[in-house]
Write a protein that binds this ligand. Structure first.
Ligand code: NAP
Length: 339
């Protein structure tokens, strides 16, 4: 006897893998969507699950087929699928259209299928961008400014998708609850070889792929704590419409490098110590579109206030230093750091 059935979208993804494992361990029946069933065996193998434990169905965010069948009869949905770029993108619409239209497809299917609550993974990217002031604290009242030139394609996709989903639920979703988890940079151990682009910060530092440390930083959260936040947002009563910013400690890139150096000794020998002056980063950005993406972050501190998530869904993140060390050890053990 299970507690109920949960649909997890984007079951091939990094965060989704931890949510699936925790849901099953917690007594829920889980089904997942993936873009193509060709990945099904690899997804189950990376999670150590059988086809009985994790039925997978094909559904692409950009097309209608599969969504109704996937959501039919589920009690809850964890809507996690959304494109996460590893670098510069061709056009903003490459991210915006799947993120927004996919969320709407999922919501329509969930409502038709009798789902009680949808938890959607949004992001701090839907909160942080285009605000004046270099050193700011952010909370759930903030929305990224879509008109600001510094709001990148990913931030637009997450802002537009979350707004469109909230508008749809307000207009058409009566009887179905909705809330979002808005994580900062998600790091942590890996379950297989297919992991999120967000871990690039650690893989590039460990692999000696960065000449130095730009003056940027991140709110860091652990994938295990983000999985817990999603499950708490699914089961906590009375939080319809909730928006939960989940970020642990804020660390500068130089702090991340120092933690790796001090805790991993020789395994961190390629991690740079040189702090790159902003003018040099700006100059490099003229030739490298990936570096151009970090220019608006230079010298900026974005501190997140996660007190709402702590108070309402009992979120209790671990220290960022622990997450960084666990990320690095896991990547090294899996042979995923360039030698
Ligand atoms: P990920 O491993 O890249 O997972 C993204 C998932 O979305 C994958 O399962 C991917 O499927 C799926 N997807 C992308 N485009 C799709 C499409 N057109 N149709 C169907 N599925 C599609 O990244 P992640 O870090 O776990 O991200 C999961 C969610 O968390 C995303 O909504 C992301 O915006 C959000 N988030 C992530 C972070 C972070 O730091 N990682 C922070 C805040 C929010 P394929 O395997 O087929 O590509």
């Amino acid at each position: 006897m299970t507690k109920g059935t949960v649909l997890v979208t984007g079951a091939s993804g990094y965060i989704a893998g931890f949510i699936i494992k925790d849901l099953i361990a917690g007594g829920w029946a889980v089904r997942g969507t993936i873009r193509s069933l060709a990945k099904a065996d690899a997804v189950r193998a990376s999670l150590g699950l059988t086809a009985d434990q994790l039925p997978l169905m094909a559904a692409d965010l950009t097309a209608d087929p599969g969504w109704n069948e996937a959501a039919a009869g589920c009690d809850f949905v964890q809507h996690i699928a959304s494109p996460l770029p590893t670098g510069a993108v061709r056009t903003d619409d490459d991210l915006i259209i799947p993120a927004r239209d996919g969320a709407l497809r999922l919501l329509r299917a969930a409502k038709a299928g009798g789902v009680k609550r949808v938890v959607m993974t949004s992001s701090v990217a839907a909160m942080y961008y285009g605000m004046a002031g270099k050193d700011r604290t952010y909370n759930e009242a903030n929305w990224s400014d879509l008109t600001a030139p510094t709001t990148n394609a990913y931030a637009k996709s997450k802002t537009i998708a979350e707004r469109a989903a909230r508008d749809w639920v307000a207009a058409e979703g009566s009887g179905m609850e909705y809330c979002t988890i808005n994580p900062a940079l998600v790091l942590g151990p890996v379950l297989g070889t297919d992991f999120s682009g967000s871990l690039a910060v650690v893989t590039k530092l460990l692999g000696g792929e960065l000449p130095g440390l730009p003056a940027i930083g991140f709110g860091i959260c652990d994938v295990r704590d983000i999985a817990a936040a999603h499950i708490a947002a699914m089961t906590t009563p009375g939080i319809d419409g909730g928006r939960f910013l989940c970020s642990g400690d804020y660390l500068a890139m130089a702090d991340v490098a120092a933690i790796l150096k001090s805790r991993l000794a020789d395994q961190a020998k390629r991690v740079p110590t040189l702090r790159l002056p902003n003018f040099l980063v700006r100059l490099s950005a003229l030739f490298d579109p990936e570096i151009k993406l970090v220019i608006p972050e230079l010298g900026r501190t974005r501190v997140a206030d996660s007190s709402h998530a702590r108070a309402v869904i009992g979120w209790n993140p671990r220290p960022a230093a622990e997450t960084i060390v666990d990320t690095a050890r896991s990547l090294i053990a899996a042979g995923l750091v360039k030698g």
